[in-house]
Design a protein around this ligand. Structure first.
Ligand code: GRF
Length: 215
């Protein structure tokens, strides 16, 4: 039985599109039942509509508190019978109450090799730190931002002359491969959260995308 998945977005939604595309395969263990944006103008909403996926905006500006917004979000997810929730460029911090309720079923993608470069502008942080390899991570969400147990990662080189934009574009390509892979692990039960750690069963090992840094 395919798991019912909702995707949370705030903007362009390219990871959302990668997840929708992967989930259209007959043997993928999940199907996308709803896309929710906290911003009514998010480009991704239109893309979801075009792809025939139910979508809704829950306009954050209409909710006086984080708790009220998250309660509405939870109502929409429950109404759609979502079993797994994927944050994909969802630029909003979720309350501990919401995160706890969805513990083990709430995923996020972050464009760095966590635990390095949490928070905003991780690509610029990577360039400032001078690392030669960066990448992306899919992790279970915990109340502390970008800190949950890591499900899967992919690495890409940082090239001399990179700007935050060129590095972000290279990482984004890897994100589009990684997120469908990580969601499949969780939806199939091959990776799950047990006692605050990711427990793996079956053949979950797939080499990440690794490149040698240029000399
Ligand atoms: C991605 O880089 C994601 O990792 C980060 O925000 C960006 C969203 O891009 N959290 P998109 O909306 O999926 O195109």
């Amino acid at each position: 039985m395919k798991k019912r998945v909702a995707i949370l977005i705030s903007g362009r939604g390219s990871n959302m599109r990668a997840l929708i595309a992967a989930a259209s395969a007959a043997d993928y263990p999940a199907r996308i039942v709803l896309v929710i944006s906290n911003r009514p103008t998010a480009e991704g909403l239109e893309a979801a509509r075009d792809l025939g996926i139910p979508e809704v905006a829950i306009d954050q500006s209409l909710y006086p508190s984080r708790e009220q917004f998250d309660a509405e979000l939870d109502r929409a997810l429950v109404a759609a019978q979502a079993e797994i929730v994927c944050c994909a460029g969802f630029m909003r911090i979720l309350t501990p109450g919401f995160v706890t309720k969805w513990d083990g079923r709430l995923l996020n993608i972050h464009p760095s090799l966590l635990p390095a470069f949490k928070g905003r502008d991780p690509q610029a942080q990577a360039l400032s730190a001078g690392v030669r390899i960066s990448g992306c991570s899919v992790h279970f969400v915990v109340p502390e931002v970008d800190s949950g147990p890591i499900i899967a990662q992919a690495a890409v080189p940082v090239l001399h002359g990179d700007s935050p934009q060129t590095l972000a574009a290279r990482i984004l390509e890897a994100e589009h491969q990684l997120y469908p892979h990580a969601l499949a692990l969780v939806a199939s039960g091959a990776a799950r959260l047990v006692g605050g750690q990711v427990a793996a069963s079956g053949n979950v090992n797939r080499p990440g995308t690794l490149f040698s840094p240029p000399i």
